[in-house]
Design a protein around this ligand. Structure first.
Ligand code: CP
Length: 305
């Protein structure tokens, strides 16, 4: 096991989060550095991805390292029945870093326990997406000028949305107030509400996505209904269009409000929002590249100021 692996945002203390933010700021000023020369990273994506994989691979390239891996498990020997344990053991023979996305919750933790190579969790089922959380936190910091006392409204699939679950943990250090907007079927699981209760974090649950809740928010965190997590697609059809943010709904929102979304979007943010200066989700995804440069250096113990 490598102690530098990042498998859950709970692996980070408040100081760790600040360290990554400072490092990401520095990478934003100077993204191209030759600090990974001679190093090879593997991107093992057992689930589809656009942003996470490509921003990680861009980050490695900008740092002078090399990449191997797969973007589709069907092209790997896991499709022939090879176990995750054997795949990780093999890849560990070749590389200095493993970046992995998997549909099973806990897969990244398991991988980190069977290899000495650091593992970065790029999403495990409905559980965690810690590097997304760091780029979300970086985006909140950049747009709000602080992380303290932010009102964050999370909208959509709070049951299966791993980015929601990670962000609750990540922001818990900064006295947030959460508004959880979800239909009954996609309500936030009890474990996350219990976490908020235990840490004295204020939260309010809503089933209606109203302008009242938008207008008290600093951050509006929209999410996609996660079709791939439903066992019954009839249930997905019932809730897939439950909330759609339209530009007119932002008319009386706070000046500092920013709309975030981990992406991909399906139809939960109407395209008329895109030209509103409060729409931040494209810049948010760009921030991911700098944050991932910072995290890669951090897990490899490469100092980057
Ligand atoms: N936010 C995110 O994880 O996007 P991808 O699925 O495209 O990587």
């Amino acid at each position: 096991m490598n102690k530098n692996s990042l498998v859950s945002i709970s692996d980070y203390t408040k100081d760790d989060i600040w360290r990554i933010i400072q490092s990401a700021k520095s990478f934003e000023e100077q993204p191209n550095r030759s600090v990974l020369q001679g190093k090879i990273a593997a991107t093992l994506f057992f689930e589809p991805s656009t942003r996470t994989r490509l921003s990680f691979e861009t980050a490695v390239n900008r740092l002078g390292g090399k990449i191997i891996g797969f973007a589709d498990a069907a092209t790997s020997s896991s499709s022939k029945g090879e176990t995750l344990k054997d795949t990780i053991s093999m890849v560990s023979n070749y590389v200095d870093l493993i970046i992995m996305r998997h549909h099973l919750e806990g897969a990244a933790r398991y991988a980190s326990e069977i290899t000495n190579v650091p593992v970065i969790n790029a999403g495990d089922g409905a559980n965690q997406h810690p590097t997304q959380t760091m780029l979300d936190i970086y985006s909140i910091y950049k747009t709000q000028g602080t992380l303290d006392n932010i009102h964050i409204t999370m909208v959509g699939d709070l049951k299966y949305g791993r980015t929601v679950h990670s962000l609750i943990f990540g922001m818990s250090h900064f006295n947030p107030t959460f508004h959880f907007v979800a239909p009954e079927e996609l309500r936030l699981p009890e474990v996350y509400k219990n976490f908020c209760d235990k840490h004295n974090i204020r939260y309010y649950e809503h089933t209606e996505f109203s302008e009242d809740v938008i207008n008290v928010s600093d951050i509006l965190y929209m999410t996609r209904v996660q079709r791939e997590r439903f066992t019954d697609l009839i249930e997905y059809e019932k809730v897939k269009n439950v909330y759609i943010l339209r530009n007119k709904m932002l008319a009386n929102s706070k000046d500092n409000l920013r709309v975030l979304h981990p992406l991909p979007r399906v139809n939960e943010i109407a395209y008329d929002v895109d030209d509103n200066p409060k729409a931040y989700f494209i810049e948010q995804a760009k921030n991911g590249m700098y944050v991932r440069e910072a995290i890669i250096c951090d897990v490899l113990g490469i100092p980057c100021k």
